[in-house]
Write a protein that binds this ligand. Sequence first.
Ligand SMILES: [Zn+2]
Length: 503
Amino acid sequence: MQFFAYRENVISSTWNRPAPEAPGPDERMDGIALGRRLRHLRKSKGLTLEELGAAVGTVPSQLSLIENGKREPKLGMLQSLAKALGVTIDALLGEAEPPSRRAALEIELERAQRGPLYESLGLPKVRISSRLPMDVLESLVGLQAELERRLNEQIATPEEARRANTELRMMMRERNNYFPEYERAAQEVLDSVGHTAGPLSQHVIADIAAHLGFSLHHVNDLPHSTRSVTDLKNKRIYLTQSQQSDHDPRSVLLQALGHYVLQHETPQSYGEFLSQRVATNYFAAALLLPEKATVEFLQRAKAAKEIAVEDIRDAFAVSYETAAHRFTNLATEHLGIPTHFQKVHKSGIVYKAYENDGVTFPADHTGAIEGQPICRYWTSREVFNVPDQFSAFNQYTDTPAGTYWCTARTERSSAGLFSLSIGVPYAHVKWFRGRETQERSKSTCPDPSCCRVPPQQLAAEWSGNAWPSARAHSHLLAALPPGAFPGVDETEVYSFLQAHSER
Ligand SMILES: [Zn+2]
């Protein structure tokens, strides 16, 4: 593997590739099986295609199509054929007796050789005849079946993806979302370019790339499924020239470098792909908000009882999301504050979440919280109803797990309006700016009567009289495409690298 293609929002609509249009295996096999039986019966009667055709009133080419399994005969034709061959329709359809092992294998091989998988291998087709040895037949069919099984295994199902996400979140929670190994890696890189304080400028980041031996290339034809492409052969990093990205270009570059610094290998599973993504995100954040400087900043704020995510954002010139997320890395380890983080779409659906403070997120049967609706009385939802979208919105929320104080704000991206929030248990609110808020809310979720089912009076009025057409959350339900870098078009990436390395 000679490249890294980096994409953050892997769970997105581009993963929703349509399945190829093809008849189901059963349908296909029936036609093939019928054709083979027909040919066998015709030959055993010593009839040519012309002779049988004449007997049933059709042309030889039509009969040939049926024998090759490429056309399904109508019932009338089946009856004529059965009559002409002196067998019952059941015998012709193969329902009278099970096929022999050899016949079953021949049918199976025929089916496989005509399928899209075999087609994609570009191998010659084996002529299936009675001269094909039985062991060869067994082996070819066995190999096909195994190849198919392994490919199916590689396609991560949405359920597998959700499980992988859940496992990762559990691990992050166990470690209080603090990873000293990534902090160290980031610190070494900062030391190598002599960066000691202040926001990380584009210039310093270019120095970091150069120090690691990479040249940077801004292009206008970056493959659309990627945010950056790293050519490991020539040590080049390709980035987009477009200014329209939702992402901080510094983060994109730092994440690309992260794969190299953290010595990532091509991921072998969706779970590994996810954990590499977490690692490079962490690494990039640890460079933009270095541990030492950020902890000092937070400790001063804590001493003054003035902790605020906006201040972190402004001091280090990062996005609110990056600042809030970075807070979760350091809050428990260095400040002794358990916390939770949420990124929630305006529709109320969770995109990202983390907690180690006992707050109860909604979860599905696999334990996954991504894609679940958040209680409408939580700060992360109430913030959408606040007219002032430019200040932080703070609120106390009583929940069955205790009272939490949360601070939230909204940010717009190309995927829509999102709220970003962090929260802490009541006992820790004394360290935060905004604790004097009068906003208070009560949530009894996951009790359905909290906000999941409509109030009785409203239900009585409208139940049975509403037919909403649901907007599909395809990004969360779509089957994940196979490949080491899910959702990334490898052909596109290779062609891109080929074209650029020749320039
Ligand atoms: Zn609720």
